[in-house]
Design a protein around this ligand. Structure first.
Ligand SMILES: [Mg+2]
Length: 305
């Protein structure tokens, strides 16, 4: 979600559809198989309809690779604990920064990403699985956003109010693109969950780029920013925007001492630029080639090897 604004476009979903396992679908599958046999024995394979082609791409509901990551997001106490850990560290670092403020210093500000940093979209990921999708679906995301089904990331609400109570400015910086309503939806999510509503300038939306550098620089010119909060390394600096797994790891290693200090990370196992490093794009098309690539990544095979 961190980079959905940079993508866009619509995929061809003929190959995406995962054959579901419910009885009705089993019957439909059997029917397709009969039809396929009929067509093949009749020598009419070239005329296969889309429904029959789906048989050539078996990927049962139980095999959806999203199941593990989304089950973790939906149920794991460890996932929630990691979120609390991030905001506990943020609170600690904020207290340090407040204690270190002197007269004449620039006022303090915190910069936070929104999706998967202070807002969770588990309902969206569940919907993808329910609809037998195994890759992020931009069209479904845009339909889902206005429904206000986001939830607050554990610890995020308390942390943002903690900042505001101490006169620390909170800047929400996000990449989203739902057209002319993008800002209204983003603001609606914050309002819906009870986040301290920003003055207009403190909600910064990038709709045509995932590069947040301009916002970071503009805020740092007026405020002292002790740390940045995000689920994507791109939320901290653009150096991490490299579409190569090994190089991205190397750049992160270079900054390893910054984590928990200048950079506070939230866990996100479903999307982000780590996906881009594997596939070369943040929202890879749901093709069998990409499914093979995902399997290769899981086995430790880096793209290009
Ligand atoms: Mg994010």
């Amino acid at each position: 979600m961190s980079d959905h604004a940079s993508m866009g476009g619509h995929h061809d979903f003929r190959e995406v559809t995962i054959v579901p396992d419910d009885p009705e679908s089993q019957a439909a599958r059997a029917s397709r198989r009969r039809m396929l046999n009929l067509l093949l024995t009749g020598g009419a394979a070239a005329m296969l309809p889309a429904a029959a082609r789906a048989v050539a791409h078996p990927c049962s509901t139980a095999e959806n690779p999203l199941n593990w990551a989304v089950a973790w997001k939906q149920t794991a106490a460890e996932f929630h604990a990691l979120c609390y850990q991030a905001f506990n560290i943020a609170t600690l670092q904020l207290d340090r920064a407040l204690a270190g403020q002197s007269d004449g210093d620039k006022p303090l500000a915190v910069i936070t990403d929104m999706d998967d940093t202070i807002l969770h979209a588990n309902d969206y990921w569940a919907l993808l699985i329910e609809r037998h999708r195994d890759f992020f679906d931009d069209g479904m995301w845009d339909e889902w956003i206005p429904k206000n089904r986001v939830t607050a990331v554990p610890g995020a609400l308390e942390f943002c109010h903690y900042c505001v109570a101490r006169d620390v400015a909170v800047f929400y910086v996000t990449n989203r693109d739902q057209g002319s309503d993008t800002r209204a939806y983003a603001r609606g999510h914050l309002r819906h969950l009870g986040f301290p509503l920003p003055v207009e300038e403190r909600l910064i939306v990038f709709s045509d780029t995932s590069d947040k550098s301009a916002a970071r620089e503009a805020i740092a010119a007026r405020y002292r920013v002790p740390f940045l909060i995000g689920d994507n390394l791109n939320d901290y600096k653009r150096d991490y925007y490299v579409a190569d797994v090994a190089e991205r790891l190397n750049v992160m290693e270079r900054d390893r001492d910054d984590y928990g200090h200048r950079f506070i990370v939230l866990p996100n196992p479903t999307d982000g630029h780590w996906v881009r490093a594997i596939f070369g794009e943040s929202e890879p098309a749901p093709t069998d080639e990409n499914r093979r690539r995902l399997r290769g990544a899981a086995m430790g095979i880096r793209p290009g090897q």
